[in-house]
Ligand binder design. Structure first.
Ligand SMILES: [Zn+2]
Length: 406
C-alpha cells in the first residue's frame, strides 16, 4: 500500500462576484481530482486551530499529523531545519529579515520595505558574512538564507522580546516595536552595531546609488526553539519523501523524518517544474518508499497577487500535471494506494492573504472501499456534503491517522 498527500497551497477561495459567484476551484477544469473525489471520501478539515494565525507553517504541520497546539514553536526553527542548521536544546532561531527602515526623523521609525528591495542572495550573503565577522559573539550568530530571508541563532538565555512580522507593517510607523527591541541593553548593542555596519557597507552604498532600497537594518521575528516531534517514519513505520520548492515545507519534511528531495526547476510559482515533481514522486514510490507529500505553491502565490486567472491556471496544472500523472502511474503499475488531495488553507483572491476556513479534503482508496461522495471537489460541494453527513475533521492533525488507517 502506498500513501500520498497532494497539496495545492492556498487553493481554496471565496465566491468571486466577477465570476458569477463562483470560486477558482469551481471554474477550473480538474477531471483527475474530480474523479478521485466522486469515488472517494469528501470532508472538511480544520487545519488551523482556534487562536492560531492561518500560516502555511501551522496548516502544514497539521497536514503532517502534528497538532500545532503541541508542536508549533515558531516559523524560524522550521526554516533552520530546512537550511540544515541543527539547533541545540538551548538555542533559539529568529528569522532575520533585511529591511529598509526610515529613521531620518530621530523620534520615528517607519517600515519602508520589509524585504530591502528583494535584495539579491549574493548581496545578502555578503552582508551576512560581514555581520557574522563584525557583530556576532558567543550569544548571537548569523546564517545566510535566500534574498532578504536570513536567520539569527541565539545561544542560551536571552532577553525576552515580543516580535511582530515585518510584512504586517509595510509603510507603517513601527516606532513602538523598534523601541521594544532597543529596551534591553543586549539587544540594543547588537542592533546598533548591526545598523552601523549595514549603513557603511559597500553593498548598501551601491544600492543607494542605483536607486534601490538599502538593507539598512535587520528585523528579528518568528522565533522559537526546535520542536521535538516524533518523526512519521517512527510513528507509522514508513519511509517517505517531501517534494516542495519551499524552504518551510522542506524544514517540515526534515522534522517529519522524510527524505527532502531537491527538484531542479522547482520555483514555487506558475513556471515550476511540475513534471519533475510528479516524476520524483512516482520514482520514490516505485523505489520502495511508502509515502510522498507533494506540495505545490503556485495557487497560493496567485492568491497573494490577487490574480484569479493565474489561480485557475495553477489549479488546472495541479490537476493535469501533478495529480493525474502520479495516480496514472500507480494504476498502471497495479499498486494499491490511498491518496489525500487537499490544501493547507484558503488564500482568497479578494483578501490576498490566508484565511482560516476549514479546507475541502478528499481521501481516495484504490481498493474501492470506503464512502463515495459522488461530488466534484469544490468548496461549495464540500460544504453541502458536510451539511448532509457532518463528517468534518475538527482537528487537522488527525488526517494523517485517517490516511494510514490508524
Ligand atoms: Zn500555504
Amino acid at each position: 500500500m502506498k500513501y500520498l498527500i497532494l497539496v495545492g497551497d492556498g487553493m481554496g477561495d471565496h465566491p468571486l462576484a466577477e465570476f458569477g459567484g463562483r470560486t477558482p476551484l469551481e471554474i477550473a477544469e480538474t477531471p483527475a481530482i474530480d474523479e478521485l473525489c466522486r469515488n472517494g471520501e469528501l470532508f472538511l478539515n480544520r487545519t488551523v486551530p482556534e487562536g492560531f494565525p492561518p500560516g502555511s507553517d501551522v496548516a502544514n504541520l497539521s497536514l503532517l499529523g502534528y497538532a500545532p497546539e503541541r508542536y508549533y514553536t515558531g516559523r524560524a526553527p522550521l526554516e533552520a531545519a530546512a537550511m540544515g542548521i541543527r539547533l541545540a536544546g538551548d538555542e533559539t532561531a529568529f528569522r532575520c529579515n533585511f529591511v529598509t527602515l526610515d529613521r531620518r526623523d530621530s523620534d520615528r521609525v517607519t517600515m519602508v520595505d520589509f524585504a530591502a528591495g528583494h535584495i539579491t542572495t549574493a548581496e545578502g550573503h555578503q552582508l551576512i558574512a560581514t555581520l557574522q565577522r563584525e557583530c556576532a559573539d558567543e550569544t548571537f550568530h548569523f546564517h545566510p538564507g535566500v534574498s532578504y530571508r536570513n536567520l539569527v541563532v541565539v545561544s542560551g538565555e536571552y532577553p525576552e522580546l515580543a516580535t511582530v512580522p515585518p510584512h504586517d507593517w509595510i509603510e507603517k510607523d513601527v516606532t513602538a516595536h523598534w523601541q521594544r527591541y532597543l529596551a534591553d541593553v543586549k539587544w540594543r548593542n547588537l542592533l546598533s552595531r548591526v545598523s552601523a555596519t549595514l549603513e557603511a557597507h559597500p553593498v548598501n552604498r551601491q544600492r543607494i546609488r542605483d536607486g534601490k532600497n538599502p538593507a539598512n537594518a535587520i528585523w528579528l521575528w518568528g522565533e522559537g526553539k526546535m520542536p521535538t516531534a516524533p518523526p512519521l517514519t517512527e510513528r507509522f513505520r514508513i519511509k517517505g519523501s517531501m517534494i516542495s520548492a519551499v524552504d518551510l515545507l522542506k524544514g517540515l519534511g526534515v522534522i517529519a523524518g522524510l527524505a527532502v528531495l531537491d527538484i531542479p526547476g522547482a520555483t514555487g510559482y506558475l513556471d515550476t517544474n511540475y513534471e519533475g515533481k510528479a516524476d520524483a514522486a512516482i520514482a520514490a514510490l516505485a523505489g520502495g518508499e511508502d509515502f510522498v507529500f507533494v506540495h505545490l505553491e503556485a495557487p497560493d502565490e496567485a492568491g497573494h497577487q490577487g490574480s484569479a486567472d493565474a489561480k485557475i491556471q495553477a489549479i488546472e496544472d495541479f490537476d493535469s500535471r501533478i495529480v493525474r500523472p502520479i495516480v496514472g502511474a500507480l494504476r498502471h503499475a497495479g499498486t494499491d494506494f490511498r491518496v489525500v488531495v487537499t490544501m493547507d488553507h484558503f488564500t482568497p483572491i479578494a483578501l490576498r492573504t490566508h484565511s482560516s476556513d476549514p479546507v475541502p479534503t478528499l481521501l481516495y482508496d484504490s481498493r474501492g472501499t470506503g464512502p463515495k461522495s459522488q461530488r466534484r471537489f469544490t468548496e461549495r460541494e464540500c460544504l453541502a456534503h458536510d451539511r448532509q453527513h457532518g463528517n468534518a475533521l475538527a482537528q487537522g492533525h488527525l488526517l494523517i491517522e485517517k490516511l494510514f488507517e490508524r
